[in-house]
Structures are given as C-alpha cells and as structure tokens.
Ligand binder design. Structure first.
Ligand code: CAA
Length: 262
C-alpha cells in the first residue's frame, strides 16, 4: 500500500521497493527533507529481506532538476561543509541491493548525480542529463565530476561540467550512460520489469555480483589481479549456498529453479 510522505512516495511491488520523488512544484529538486526521507527509506529497504531491488523514479517532466538551489544560495563554505546533505547520495551508491533509476525529463545537477549513483538506468525518450552547476557559480558536488569522468572519459566529462552541455536520452544510450531508452509512458514500467528480472535471481549471487563489479570500479581497490581474486573468492563462496545447489540441480533436471535466498 502506498504510504504518502511529504516529499517522497514509498511503495512496494512484491520484492521491489519503489521511491518516487514528489516535489513537482520544484521539478523534484533534492531538498534536505526529501533526501533525509530517502536515506531513511533506503535504510528500511536494506534491512527488509523481502525487498530485493529498489527503483528510484521521478515524474514524466523531471527526474530531478538538482539539489535545491534555494536551500543553498545563502550558505558559506563552512556551513556547506558542516552539512551532511551530499552524503545522502553516497547512501544510494553504497546501498547493498541493486538500484535502478527510472528517468524521464530533467536529470540535472544533483538529479544527474542521483541517477549516476544508481546501478542501472532506464530512461524515457525525453530524458536529458546535465551538470549545469558551473552556470550558477559552483561545480557538481555529489559525485558528478568523478562519475562522469570514469563513465565518459576526460573530454566529454569536462565539456559537460565546463559548459553545462546536456546529453539526450539517445546520446546517453550510445555513450553507455543508460541501459535502455523507452517511450515516455513506459519508463517506470520498464524499470520495474527490469527490477523483477533481477529480483527473480538468487539474492546471495546478486549481492556477490554487485559487490564484485563495484569493487572492480572502485578507486580504492588495490589492483586488477586483486579484483579478479575477489571475484573468484565470491564465486567459490556461493558453493556453500542452497541456491547454488538448487540452481545447478534445476538446470540438470531441466526445470525452473526455486531459489530461497540461502
Ligand atoms: N532548486 C530549486 N528549485 C528549482 C530547481 C532547483 N534545482 N530547479 C527548478 N526549480 C524550481 C524553479 O525555481 C521553479 O519554481 P517557481 O515555479 O516557484 O519559480 C520550478 O522549479 C519550475 O522551474 P522553471 O520555471 O525554471 O522551469 P523551466 O521549465 O523553465 O526550466 C530547468 C527547467 C531548465 C530544469 C530549470 O528549472 C533549471 O535550470 N533548474 C536548475 C538546474 C540546476 O542548476 N541544477 C543544479 C543545482 S545545484 C546542484 O545540484 C549541486 C550538486 O551537485 C548537488
């Protein structure tokens, strides 16, 4: 049953947790209350074994047009530094279960960064990505320069953050920024469909797969051989799970597996 909170709608469809940004009057600008609610909702979803995948969605017009400029404009460096607001984006990127951003319309500034903090991205044909912070006297502060540099390389990342150049949905698809582009009326359904596909997989293997891919991308990870070693260790560890036995037995018996998350 949908639970209406102030700026975030928290919902569940079977094993899928759905967080819908709900500030249409400000194009879903990511205010303190909204991101506080998101942090709390993610904490609850993480603790809830029934939730396997989380979808974060905006509206058709805007995924999110950035952090809330009206909250920030009068602040000093010291005040901004003391404020934990930007750490909320890390809660999304560090979330242990798979996350999918369902993006339509504007994904700008902190909105683009929120989409990039998710694991997968489903975009509507109207989605537009950009980091316009330079035009209001700042730079991205929630991971934009770092994630775009890693994802798109030096030239395009710099063009985006130095000029505010926007990227359309189809360009984003060609660049590997999004997993798929669908007609606007389908963006949420498609994201939920993708979430159900992942949720049908054995959860311990899903967690291991995410951990291995994120470790491979992490700047903290010591080396390529160490990342390969972690992958192998995770692979071996799954042989102590019931789902590995069930998955391989079901393959041999030519039937659908019945995974238990053990
Ligand atoms: N913060 C606060 N309010 C915002 C907002 C934001 N980021 N983006 C839009 N709004 C508000 C507008 O002020 C406006 O409110 P009012 O009706 O009360 O005037 C309402 O949303 C609708 O916006 P517009 O009238 O501007 O709509 P538009 O269709 O003409 O333009 C837009 C849409 C191009 C997205 C434009 O709103 C815009 O440029 N928004 C700001 C984008 C931006 O600079 N984002 C970066 C923010 S800083 C950041 O995110 C830092 C970080 O890295 C974390």
């Amino acid at each position: 049953m949908a639970k209406l909170k102030q700026e975030l709608i928290i919902d569940q469809q079977g094993p899928i947790g759905i967080l819908t940004l709900n500030r249409p009057e400000a194009l879903n600008a990511l205010s303190h209350p909204l991101m506080d609610q998101m942090e709390e909702a993610l904490k609850n979803f993480e603790a809830d074994a029934a939730i396997r995948v989380v979808v974060i969605a905006g509206s058709e017009r805007a995924f999110a047009a950035g952090a809330d400029i009206s909250e920030m404009q009068g602040k000093t460096s010291a005040e901004m530094r003391a404020d934990l607001h930007l750490s909320r984006w890390d809660k999304v990127s560090n979330f242990l279960k798979p996350t999918i951003a369902a993006i339509s319309g504007y994904a700008l500034g902190g909105g683009c960064e929120l989409a990039l903090a998710c694991d997968l991205r489903v975009a509507s044909e109207t989605a537009v990505f950009g980091q316009p912070e330079i035009s209001i006297g700042v730079i991205p502060g929630a991971g934009g320069t770092v994630r775009l540099a890693r994802l798109l390389g030096r030239a395009l990342a710099l063009e985006m953050v130095l000029t505010g150049r926007r990227i359309s949905a189809h360009e984003a698809l060609n660049l590997g920024m999004v997993n798929r582009v669908v007609p606007v009326e389908l963006f949420l359904d498609e994201a939920i469909k993708l979430a159900h596909q992942i949720a049908a997989m054995p959860p311990l293997a899903v967690a291991a797969a995410k951990k291995s891919v994120l470790s491979a991308l992490s700047p903290d990870y010591p080396s390529y051989p160490a990342a390969l070693q972690l992958e192998r260790e995770l692979f071996y560890s799954l042989f102590d799970t019931e789902d590995q036995k069930e998955g391989m037995r079901a393959f041999i018996e030519k039937r659908k597996p019945n995974f238990k998350g053990k």
